[in-house]
Design a protein around this ligand. Structure first.
Ligand code: TEU
Length: 573
């Protein structure tokens, strides 16, 4: 297997809680995944990334881990896990674990020890600080600094036992680990080896660019209308981040027998830094997940939803394509468990749902980088159907709502924002068939199934060649079959066009032209060499062939096309 095998690989993300429930308790589990492996294999993906399945109080659905070396009973057992790995490997699919080591659960034994006393040997494993000088410990405003948590409220929790505060960038049940302490790093590396020895093929590392912090933890800037200061400049890609990741590479990745995939989830990472993280010579990670393109329809405040403007999306993705053209590598995604459904967000989840879902898949998969498909995206699943705040489950949504009520804001405004942007939109159960609860569970699902499952489900799409599912299978095949898809260079066209996404890819004598219409109106596309492209092979479109539109460069509503030409084969040579 070649050293850079992951450059032509496609990853499928499974969010276990919402994938398939085998035992009727309403929560998905490992046996449910095992039962559905033929479906995953038929899609043609190379890797499965499993969101966390470790023991957890589930304050943040498993991103709060209380034991790094076991499986939560709600998901099954280590025996189930071993069977899952074996059955994936039988199908030549690799398994990537979610590694959440910026923080643990407050119920992890490390933290339970750490909080016992100021001189406990594990005290320094977390970020404990006294109250701000001159204030009364435990009173509002006495926190060691002014940072806000990503899940509302201050980033500090007061602990009466020792009269000090601990840092939690996420929920108060997710205390941040102190990576400055070498013992913390040792224990994480040992744990990673333990999973590699069990047969896993890599790691998706949660907010891994947060692990090095500016140790003085200075106050952050408070923006107008905000309650808290912004700590991100002191935690995003902090002073020792490259050193820590290089050390992890040397201590863990270098010793693995098989080929690994290592992807760092890195909110706020810049292109320049991403080059450093993914430059193979620096030996850190293979690729990063970056978030810039997920911000194009959001204001400074994540809940301040802005109208979608295609040129902004192109500027962002185009800059990342250029930035990582020579060194490093991109990850490509529209969806994961933290994002609303892309067809509802950048596409049309009504009349043109099928067509726009295919167009979005086409545009993304033809970029240079490793594509990630999030469960249900390959069916064109849409945002959830949430009537009231009681329908939401995500701690981020619930906290945000409670905070906006407490601040006297209009709860309906917040609800509208959550309906569109909440992470729960991506977490509704996988729609398998048109039986009760979409075939996800025989019990009561932990979060409501989208009522559109009778129309949108895997069973129906598996026998329909015009389905979104078939289209995704073809996109994945193209990456495997055509070196230009995986390895070609990338040139953005029509950068200012408000509705058309257009680019070329080129590798030696092969060239692709990719077009996507991000609107419900017909669009005229003007590209160089039109005659030659029209005469080239139309590899894939999302509009029925007999429609006359493919004889010209007029794109029908939400149409996408991929053309392939070979130099020496086309009319212009
Ligand atoms: O997410 C990190 C992250 O920064 C976000 O996408 C996050 O959901 C958002 O900023 C909140 O406003 C990772 C995980 O993917 C997410 O599910 C976890 O909640 C989070 O880390 C904490 O582990």
């Amino acid at each position: 297997m070649s050293h850079n095998w992951w450059k032509s690989a496609v990853v499928y993300q499974v969010y276990p809680r919402s994938f398939a429930d085998s035992d009727g308790d309403g929560t998905g589990d490992l046996r449910g995944i095992i039962d559905r492996l033929d479906y995953v294999a038929a899609l043609g993906v190379d890797v499965v990334w499993l969101s966390p399945v470790y023991p957890s109080p589930m304050d943040d659905n498993g991103y709060d881990i209380s034991d790094y070396r076991d499986i939560d009973p709600v998901f099954g057992s280590l025996a189930d896990f071993d069977e899952l790995v074996a059955k994936l490997h039988e199908r030549e699919i690799k398994l990537v674990m979610d590694l959440v080591v910026n923080h643990t659960s407050d119920e992890h034994p490390w933290f339970e020890e750490s909080r016992v006393s100021k001189d406990n040997p594990k005290r320094d494993w977390y970020w404990w600080r006294p109250a701000r000088p001159g204030t009364v410990p435990g009173e509002p405003g006495s926190e060691p600094n002014n940072w806000g948590s990503f899940f509302s409220g201050p980033a500090w929790e007061y602990d009466e036992r020792t009269g000090e505060y601990f840092l939690h960038l996420f929920s108060r049940k997710q205390p941040d680990l102190n990576w400055e302490n070498p013992q913390v790093r040792e224990h994480v590396y040992e744990m990673m080896h333990w999973w590699l020895d069990r047969g896993v093929d890599g790691f998706r590392m949660d907010v891994i660019n947060f692990i090095s912090k500016v140790t003085s933890l200075p106050d952050g800037v408070v923006s107008p209308g905000e309650q808290h200061g912004d700590g991100t400049p002191y935690v995003f890609s902090g002073p020792r981040i490259h050193e820590f990741l290089h050390e992890m590479h040397q201590r863990v990745f270098e010793h693995s027998d098989g080929p690994l995939l290592v992807v760092g989830e890195m909110p706020g990472v810049t292109v320049e830094d991403a080059v450093r993280f993914t430059d193979p010579d620096r030996e850190e990670v293979n690729m990063v997940f970056q978030f810039e393109h997920m911000g194009v329809d959001r204001g400074h405040d994540k809940w301040d939803i802005q109208p979608f403007a295609l040129p902004l999306l192109k500027q962002s993705l185009g800059r990342w394509q250029r930035g990582l053209a020579e060194r490093g590598w991109n990850s490509l995604y529209w969806n994961n468990h933290d994002q609303p459904r892309v067809v509802s967000r950048f596409g049309d989840d009504g009349q043109f749902r099928v067509r726009s879902a295919k167009m979005l898949g086409t545009v993304l998969h033809m970029h240079r980088g490793t594509p990630y498909v999030y469960q249900g995206e390959e069916l064109g699943m849409t945002n959830g159907d949430f009537d009231s705040i009681d329908d939401f489950r995500d701690i981020e949504a619930l906290n945000e709502y409670a905070e906006s009520v407490a601040l006297g804001r209009d709860p309906d405004d917040m609800l509208a924002a959550l309906r569109f942007m909440s992470r729960d939109n991506g977490r509704t159960p996988m729609q398998w068939d048109d039986t009760a609860h979409a075939g996800f569970t025989k019990g009561q699902p932990w979060i409501d199934v989208n009522p559109n499952y009778k129309e949108i489900n895997a069973e129906a799409q598996a026998v329909d060649e015009d389905s979104v599912l078939f289209h995704y299978q073809r996109l994945i095949q193209l990456r495997h079959e055509l070196p230009v898809v995986a390895h070609g260079d990338f040139t953005m066209l029509l950068e200012e066009h408000p509705y058309v996404y257009a680019f070329t890819r080129r590798l030696e004598d092969e060239e692709l032209l990719v077009l996507g219409n991000f609107s419900a109106e017909q669009q005229q596309v003007e590209v160089a060499d039109v005659e030659s492209w029209l005469a080239a092979e139309l590899l894939l479109t999302n509009v029925a062939q007999e429609e006359p539109s493919t004889a010209s460069m007029h794109l029908a509503p939400w149409e996408s096309r991929i053309y392939l030409r070979r130099r020496g084969a086309g009319p212009t040579g």
